[in-house]
Structures are given as C-alpha cells and as structure tokens.
Design a protein around this ligand. Structure first.
Ligand SMILES: [Ca+2]
Length: 397
C-alpha cells in the first residue's frame, strides 16, 4: 500500500498509474525527455511541490551529508524550495564538544549561511534562510518565544512561509524538529491548514535506540509525533544503531564520491568547498574557479553515509527502477514498465514515549501517520549506489 502523488490517501498497484495520469492532467504537466544518458527530466508548466527544508547544515560541516543533500532541494525539478531553516545546537558551535558518546573536535562552526548563499548564487535564486533556536525546548509545549532574538527567525520564517503560501506546503526535516515544534506550539491552526505533510528523517525502527536527530531535542520530536499533523516518518536507525540495515530505516552507504567528478562544475566546487572545510572570504567567487586538486581528490575518495534519499524519492513520487544503464530514480511516466524496487509509505499507529522512542503498528483504520518501507535494505542500497550518482550528475543549475 502506498500514497498517491497528492499524498492524501493510500492506493494500490494498478490504481496508482491512473491516479498519476489524473494528477498530471490536473496539473497541466508536460514531460519532456532531456539527456537520455543521465535520464534527467525537465518538466514545463508543472505545479511544483512547495517545500520548507529544515536541516542542521553547518559551515564548516558537522555531517557533510547535509551540505550534500541540500543540492537536491534546489535541483530537483519537481520541487519549489520556499525556505531553508538552519537547525543549530549551541554546543556544536564550540571549538570542541563532548556530548555523551559523541566527541567532536572539528569546531568551531556556525549555521550554514555560507553553503545556502552559495546555492542561491549558483542557482540564481533568493531562497530565504534563517536559523532556529540554538537551545533545547524546556517542555513539549514550549513556544520558545523568550530565547535569543536571532534564533527566533527560523520559527518565524516557517510561519511566514506557510501564511504566504496559497497552497499547502511539505516540510522536510533532516535535523532536530525544534523550530517546527515551536511553530506548532505558536500557531497550530496555521500548520493544520497549510502543512500538506511533515516528513521527519529521525528516530529508530524498531525502537530502543536514541537516534541522533531525536536526541538533539526529544521534546520536539515527541511533540510532533503526538500532534494530528499529517506525518511521514523515515527512521534513520534501527535498534542496532544508525549504520544498520532494516526494512523501515533509511541508511545506506556510498563507498566513495568519484561520481562528483562528473557533476556540473559549480556544484562540484560547492561540494569541494564543503568537504574541504574551506575558509575563504570570497565564498561566492570560489564557485567560479576550480579548487586545488588535492582537495577535490580527497573528496572523491571519501566514503559517504546517506539517510536523506528516501524523503526525496517519496516526496517526488519517483520510482527506483532498473533500466538499460542501471538503476535510476525516475518520474513515474518515464519509469514506465521497468521493474522497480519498493519505497513506500505505510499507514501506522504510533505509541510515542517522552524520550522520543516509539512503537508502531500497521493499520487499516484512519491515521495521519505513515512509516517508510523499503523492503530489502541491501537491494535498496545496491540500486541507490547507481541511481543517486546518476541523479546528481544530471543536476544543472
Ligand atoms: Ca542532518
């Protein structure tokens, strides 16, 4: 059982094609094939999916996956990026930090205004960006109205973006959910009206492991899971931890980043700047001239851990299909009858504990919550090792 492109109700196999057909007709969409080698698609006259991207993106990076992932928010043709909210945790801004099992001596750092500005420069956009609160919520119902002014902007930008949008917006969260929970605590009716779906990349399924994004602010995660907002949950971990392979978590791994060599030059430099922890004042000019070869070569050899792909695939309705060149993430009309791998949202009821841990049971009764399901995790990983590089090589600003 999966969700329709409109994301409003579950559908089964054969009906899916009919619903897509209607969706495309209603949205006056014309698909044109572009660049057969990359499988990239350009869509004209389409209604793009408006999104807010919430990410704990820093510069220099803490997890370079966030720097890597934000490219998709700008480049995917199905998506219209309306705002970027930078999730910030004060202790990670320091020169070094020791947080439980986690030790980090690669600071200091600041919220990722530089990478977002670089992407606005590369794509010729002016996507607004603001940082959320730097400190944890004090309770589940905390509206966070009395913290430092700078960190208010992220909550306010969520509310403004929703208020200004004529249509409902998808919120994608790849970090703590603090700014979203604060927005919910301030104006729940606005979120009920204007959030089409909240996609949370966080948690563990099965539970029993305190996952990173939950641990950043457990009150925020539990608060939203207990809300009546439409939620799609993409657990990062299983009970075994964040690098394990389960049916309902999203982790997969790229053995190296050699494919970045074949990406559009400015996007390649953006990634080199991030992975190389470059500290240059002319961070926009740096997008227009090649970085030193040793920095780029170091990046190409890097192993890369990924948790974010499932959200983009589900949001855009792309299918992971095997075609002549290998596996590709393809829009449904182009995917045709090619054999595909599962990547679905299944309706669940959740039992959420205060620490953000949860149990789930699949249900046929009405629910506002869906859980990611990728079937065989190793087959999913093997396919994404072909499909994601091809997708990124097809991105053109
Ligand atoms: Ca993240």
């Amino acid at each position: 059982m999966v969700l329709s492109p409109a994301g409003d109700r579950p559908v089964r196999g054969a009906r899916r094609a009919a619903i897509w057909k209607r969706h495309l007709a209603q949205n006056n969409t014309i698909y044109l094939l572009h660049g057969a080698a990359s499988g990239a698609i350009i869509r004209f006259g389409m209604n793009k999916i408006p999104i807010i991207d919430v990410t704990d993106l820093y510069h220099p990076y803490q997890d370079c996956g966030d720097n890597f992932d934000l490219v998709a928010a700008y480049a995917l043709p199905e998506v219209e990026l309306r705002a970027v909210i930078l999730d910030v945790t004060e202790r990670f801004r320091q020169r070094s930090t020791q947080a439980g099992f986690y030790s980090d001596a690669s600071g200091p750092r600041d919220p990722g205004f530089i990478p977002v500005t670089q992407l606005n420069y590369i794509f010729g956009r002016r996507v607004p960006v603001a940082a959320g609160p730097f400190y944890q919520m004090r309770s589940g119902t905390d509206p966070m109205i009395d913290g430092p002014r700078f960190g208010q902007a992220g909550v306010e930008l969520i509310l403004e973006t929703l208020r200004d949008s004529a249509e409902p917006v998808d919120i994608l969260c790849f970090s703590s959910a603090r700014a979203i929970a604060a927005a919910w605590n301030r104006q729940p009716e606005l979120l009920r009206q204007k959030v089409r779906r909240l996609h949370l990349s966080a948690g563990a399924a099965p539970g029993g492991y305190l996952e990173w994004n939950v641990a950043l602010d457990p009150y925020a995660f539990a608060r939203l899971l207990r809300s009546d907002l439409p939620i799609a949950l993409y657990p990062c971990a299983t009970s075994e931890g964040p690098f394990s392979y389960g049916q309902h978590n999203t982790y997969w791994n790229l053995p190296n980043l050699e494919f970045i060599r074949g990406m559009e030059p400015r996007l390649r430099r953006y990634l080199g700047f991030a992975f190389g922890r470059i500290a240059r004042m002319d961070f926009l000019r740096a997008m227009d001239e090649d970085l030193p070869a040793e920095i780029m070569e170091g990046m190409y050899k890097t192993e890369h851990r990924v948790w974010e792909t499932a959200i983009w695939q589900t949001l855009t309705g792309r299918r992971l299909v095997k075609c002549q060149e290998g596996f590709r993430l393809m829009p449904v009309p182009e995917a045709g009858r090619n054999p595909g791998l599962p990547s679905d949202l299944r309706p669940v009821h959740l039992n959420v504990r205060d620490d953000g841990d949860f149990d789930f049971t699949f249900t046929r009764s009405p629910t506002s919550c869906y859980l990611y399901d990728r079937g065989d995790a190793r087959a999913n990983e093997a396919a994404l090792r072909e499909a994601l590089p091809a997708l990124y090589q097809g991105f053109t600003p």
